[in-house]
Design a protein around this ligand. Structure first.
Ligand SMILES: C[S@@+](CC[C@H](N)C(=O)[O-])C[C@H]1O[C@@H](n2cnc3c(N)ncnc32)[C@H](O)[C@@H]1O
Length: 353
């Protein structure tokens, strides 16, 4: 019995050291993205295992660089499932796992890499040591405390951050929308669709391609964001503030938006959606949905991780929500019916007026 207790205490100490050193994981991910390691290994799909020196020869034109230090990074990320390590005698080579492949740039120039980089911008990194301040003083977001203004106001003034944000959103949204178009048919019969907080308009572009019944797409986002959005056939970009008013349509789409706002702000945004819809019209919101009970699955950890990100960067009271919390928000904003369709990280939440 005493032996068992001592063994579990040893494991607990090791587990705490693992948690304390977790910061090495995102920072090393950041490093392999900056060094373009995933594309170097992928090479059009060959994914042949390469040593750190071979990778360096591919990513650095001069071929200089420290292979030993790169190998340390690759090895650590292999223990987190990003790379597969192949040991041959004393030689180590690395290929990409399915997780690592999400960092490979696809034929449309997209991947999950900009999302990782966007999360590690200086302005965001500086806010992280102040997470405890969200507990002590929830009146001001840690991001605001260190940068002097809210994140979206800050991004607005930095074209490179706006650009990275748009690429980050596209990289994650495009594969998700492909899954939505396979698993959800709620766009049938819609003629005018508004995407609220639509960023560069990727979601609308894909929805319109599948549903020619949608004759008009309105991509609604902050003026600075739509000013940078590309021309998309059938899509009109409209700049504005969703907290004030939202352009009219017979359906409204919204993805990854409610999470960043407080309950009161969500209510205001959803009431603005309600006003912009005809009787029977629907709001189609895609958001992560928090399970009621906490578990240690990748999905729950990803959602809870983003919950702390939102609390630190956007709103101390912005948050991830359960299905029941979304249902209640809909009811209190004037929607009569609600249904949820599970897709992957995100669910489709359909609110009908
Ligand atoms: C997390 S991003 C989601 C982007 C896109 N829907 C997607 O999933 O790829 C949130 C979007 O809301 C926009 N946004 C933030 N505040 C806004 C406001 N007050 N009015 C309109 N759009 C806003 C941001 O510019 C950003 O494009």
């Amino acid at each position: 019995m005493e032996e068992e207790r001592s063994e579990s205490r040893k494991q607990a100490r090791v587990a705490m050291l693992e948690l304390a050193n977790m910061i090495s994981v995102p920072m090393s991910l950041n490093a392999v993205i900056r060094l373009n390691v995933a594309d170097a290994i992928w090479q059009g799909g060959s994914n042949a295992p390469l040593s750190a020196s071979q990778i360096l020869t591919r990513v650095l034109p001069s071929g200089v660089g420290d292979p030993e230090n790169l190998q340390r990074i690759l090895r650590m990320l292999s223990s987190h499932g990003v790379f597969a390590e192949h040991l041959n005698g004393s030689e180590r080579t690395y290929s990409l796992t399915d997780v690592g492949k999400t960092l490979v740039t696809d034929s449309e120039g997209l991947s999950y890499a900009p999302y990782v980089l966007q999360h590690h911008q200086d302005a965001l990194i500086r806010a992280w040591p102040l997470v405890h301040e969200a507990v002590l003083d929830p009146s001001t977001e840690p991001f605001v405390k260190v940068n002097g203004e809210p994140a979206y106001v800050y991004y607005r003034k930095k074209p490179e951050m706006n650009g990275l944000m748009q690429k980050a959103m596209s990289g994650v949204s495009v594969p998700f929308i492909k899954a939505v178009l396979e698993g959800y048919d709620g766009f049938e019969g819609v003629e005018r669709l508004v995407d609220v907080g639509g960023s560069g308009g990727d979601c609308l572009r894909m929805i319109l391609l599948k549903y020619p019944n949608i004759r008009q797409g309105i991509n609604f986002d902050l003026p600075e964001v739509v000013a940078k959005a590309p021309q998309i056939p059938g899509v009109t970009h409209v700049g504005g503030d969703m907290l004030e008013s939202i352009p009219g349509g017979d359906a409204i789409f919204m993805k990854w938006v409610l999470t960043t706002w407080t309950d009161d702000e969500c209510k205001l945004i959803m009431q603005n959606c309600n006003k912009a819809l005809p009787e029977g019209g629907k709001l189609i919101a895609c958001e992560p949905v928090l399970p009621k009970e906490t578990d240690d699955s990748h999905k729950t950890r990803a959602i809870l991780g983003e919950d702390i990100f939102v609390m630190t960067m956007y709103r101390t009271k912005g948050k991830q929500r359960t299905e029941e919390e979304f249902r209640q928000l809909g009811l209190s904003s004037g929607f009569r019916n609600f249904r949820a369709v599970y897709i992957d990280y995100f669910h489709v939440l359909e609110f009908r007026k």
